[in-house]
Design a protein. Sequence first.
Length: 390
Amino acid sequence: MPSLIFRKGLDLKNAVAGMLAENYHSTIVDRIKADDFTYHTGRLTIHLAREFGFCYGVDRAVDYAYQTRERFPYRAVYLTGEIIHNPHVNEKLRSMGIRFLSDEAGSVDRLGPDDVVILPAFGVTVAQLQQLDSRGCTLIDTTCGSVLNVWKNVRRYADNGHTAIIHGKVWHEETQATASHAVSYGGKYLVVLDHREASAVCDYIRRGGDRDAFLNHFANAVSPGFDPDRDLQHIGLANQTTMLMSESLEIGDMFQAAMREKYGDSDLANRYQAFDTICTATQDRQDAVVALLKDKSIDVMIVIGGYNSSNTCNLARICAASRPTFHIADPDCLVSPHEVRHRPAGSKQEVTATGWLPPSGDVVVGLTSGASTPDNLVGAAIAKIEAFCN
Ligand code: SF4
């Protein structure tokens, strides 16, 4: 029996609104927003970025997960994996009895028509969806509209015979899902992580090169049977929605220049396609933190969000370029006025730093959070910093 799929919630928005507010709302954050995003107390001034925290896609996904629990109190409810990249929110869902298929090997094969499965905001691959569909369970699809837009364009590339060049993280669920859409439409893809990898591919487009070395380097980042000599002749640019916008734009320009150089202006429109797939929420959060750093004399930046949250890591990268920056997963990482646990921008490991907060005199702290970070964590971090300072 095919699955029943809910894509627009379960008509229980009002029923769960109180629970969501209780779990994720922060009075202090609301007060600071109303007060021009600034908070003064004693020697401490905190400036919040003008856009931070839950984006529309995450807000909707978490809302639908709560509605699902409410609608099916006596049925087994599963998530395919993390609904969003925030440990606090995922733990909250576990505490509500929602189980994670990623925790239990072979669990998809045991699903049946009585089971309910929630698909995350960043989507699942075509193969995962087919597998879940074949079990006949009820599916609650929370895939964000901005991610669906990327998939639509990648499928268009496949239809036109263009290889999708995806600026993204090959291990990220969203990029894997996007790549799977290219393949499901008979297309090809290549994932580039950053400026360095994009530059290597552009060199290959211009001059060719060592095909085996190319395939070796991108072994996990290309579609099956990828041939760089054949599959880089017509390309279309796409990106994971949460990448650094400035880098995505630069990478798009690099590929356009390489194709122009190789095939000439007259054939460019036939050889190269692009569209902007950074979502507006990601762009707004990046713009807001750039403005904050430009407009205020910030001594220390705190960025709050899961270490595996791509958009949070990119906010930290922006801040770290000009200020002492501490990307913390949780307010508990603010251990004391002397000690903080954080993940330095570009690193894969949490470290402990000392002397992060000036011990005396006025201090100005800038604060932002990723699109999967609820306001209550921002509020808790503010309370800690205030207690440390005063
Ligand atoms: S970061 Fe953007 S694409 Fe991802 S869930 Fe939020 S709004 Fe959607």
